[in-house]
Write a protein that binds this ligand. Structure first.
Ligand SMILES: Nc1ncnc2c1ncn2[C@@H]1O[C@H](COP(=O)(O)OP(=O)(O)OP(=O)(O)O)[C@@H](O)[C@H]1O
Ligand SMILES: [Mg+2]
Length: 266
C-alpha cells in the first residue's frame, strides 16, 4: 500500500488580514496578498515507487509534499493515498524524514524506539529496532548519543527511526543537505538498497539531478513557481546506473538539465 493520486491540485497562499508579518516570508505575498504556488498538478505514484522531485528553488516542492503528508490543505483538487482522501497528518501511514531530527539526549536505540512507543510487546519492539539498525549499518552503535556519530551516521540513524515505523509513504525533503560529497554518494546507495529491501513509496526532494536519476523509479521535474509538471519520467534502468555507459540515461540527464535551464553542465 502507498499509492498516491494527485488530481488537478492547486495551492495558493493568502495573506490573512491582521496577521503578523513574518520576517523572511515571501515578499510577493505582501504585494498582492495571493501567491499561487502549485498550478493544477496531476500525478500518480505507484505503490512502492521511489519518486524524486526536482525543480527550481522556491517552486513549491516542499509545499506539494506537505500537502500530500496532510500538513497543508490544497486550495483546489484532491490528494488520495490508497484511494482515501488525505485529511490531516497521520502517523500510521506516513513518516516525514527530517534531518537533525534526532533527540540529542537520547541514545541511537532510544531515538529509534521513539517511533514504536505505542508498541506493547517489548521483545518484538527490540527485534524491530535491531533489524532496522542493521539495515542502516549501525549495529554496535546502539548506546551512542547523536553527537558521538558522524553526520552520515546521524542520517542513517534518522533513517532507521523512520523505517522502524513501517510507514506506507516516506517523505524525504532534501535529507542529504549538508553532507559531504562522499557521504552523500554512500547514502544514495543505502537508500537504493534499503528501498529494494522494504519497497515502500518514497517521495524524495533533491536539487541534485544525478542523484535523482541514479536513485529514482520516477523523476518529476517542476517549472518555476507556480509549479507545473514539466517532466514525468518512469526510469526502468537497473541499479547501479552509469551515465557514461547508458546512452538512454545520459540523454535523459541532458534533457533534465535543459528543462531546468542549465546548459553549461552538459
Ligand atoms: N506557509 C506559507 N505561507 C506563505 N507562503 C509560503 C508558505 N510556505 C511556502 N510559501 C511560499 O511558497 C513558495 C514555494 O515554497 P516551497 O518551500 O514549497 O519551495 P521549494 O520548491 O521547496 O523550494 P526549495 O527548493 O528552496 O526548498 C515560496 O515562494 C514560499 O515563500
Ligand atoms: Mg523545499
Amino acid at each position: 500500500m502507498g499509492r498516491i493520486e494527485i488530481k488537478e491540485m492547486c495551492k495558493e497562499f493568502v495573506e490573512r488580514r491582521g496577521a503578523p508579518r513574518v520576517i523572511n516570508s515571501d515578499p510577493d505575498l505582501h504585494k498582492g496578498g495571493h501567491l499561487l504556488v502549485l498550478d493544477r498538478i496531476s500525478l500518480n505514484f505507484d505503490d512502492g515507487e521511489l519518486v524524486c522531485l526536482l525543480g527550481p528553488s522556491g517552486c513549491g516542492k516542499t509545499t506539494l509534499v506537505r500537502i500530500i503528508a496532510g500538513f497543508e490543505t490544497p486550495s483546489a483538487g484532491s490528494v488520495l493515498i490508497d484511494e482515501k482522501p488525505v485529511a490531516g497528518p497521520s502517523s500510521d501511514n506516513i513518516f516525514v524524514f527530517q534531518h537533525n531530527g534526532l533527540l540529542p539526549w537520547m541514545t541511537v536505540w532510544e531515538n529509534v524506539r521513539l517511533g514504536l512507543r505505542h508498541m506493547r510487546d517489548r521483545k518484538e519492539m527490540a527485534t524491530r529496532i535491531r533489524e532496522y539498525l542493521d539495515v542502516v549499518n549501525l549495529t554496535g552503535f546502539e548506546a551512542h548519543y547523536p553527537h558521538h556519530l558522524s553526520g552520515g551516521m546521524q542520517r542513517r540513524a534518522e533513517l532507521a527511526r523512520a523505517l522502524v515505523v513501517n510507514p506506507e509513504v516516506l517523505f524525504m525533503d532534501e535529507p542529504f543537505a549538508g553532507l559531504d560529497f562522499l557521504t552523500r554518494l554512500k547514502m544514495r546507495e543505502e537508500i537504493i538498497n534499503m528501498h529494494e529491501f522494504i519497497h515502500k513509496t518514497i517521495l524524495f526532494i533533491t536539487h541534485d539531478i544525478e542523484e535523482a536519476l541514479e536513485m529514482a523509479d520516477r523523476v518529476v521535474v517542476f517549472s518555476d513557481r507556480p509549479a507545473q509538471v514539466r517532466m514525468n519520467l518512469k526510469l526502468d534502468f537497473p541499479h547501479p546506473r552509469d551515465f557514461t555507459k547508458d546512452t538512454a540515461l545520459e540523454d535523459i540527464r541532458r534533457s533534465v538539465y535543459t528543462e531546468l535551464g542549465v546548459h553549461y553542465a552538459l
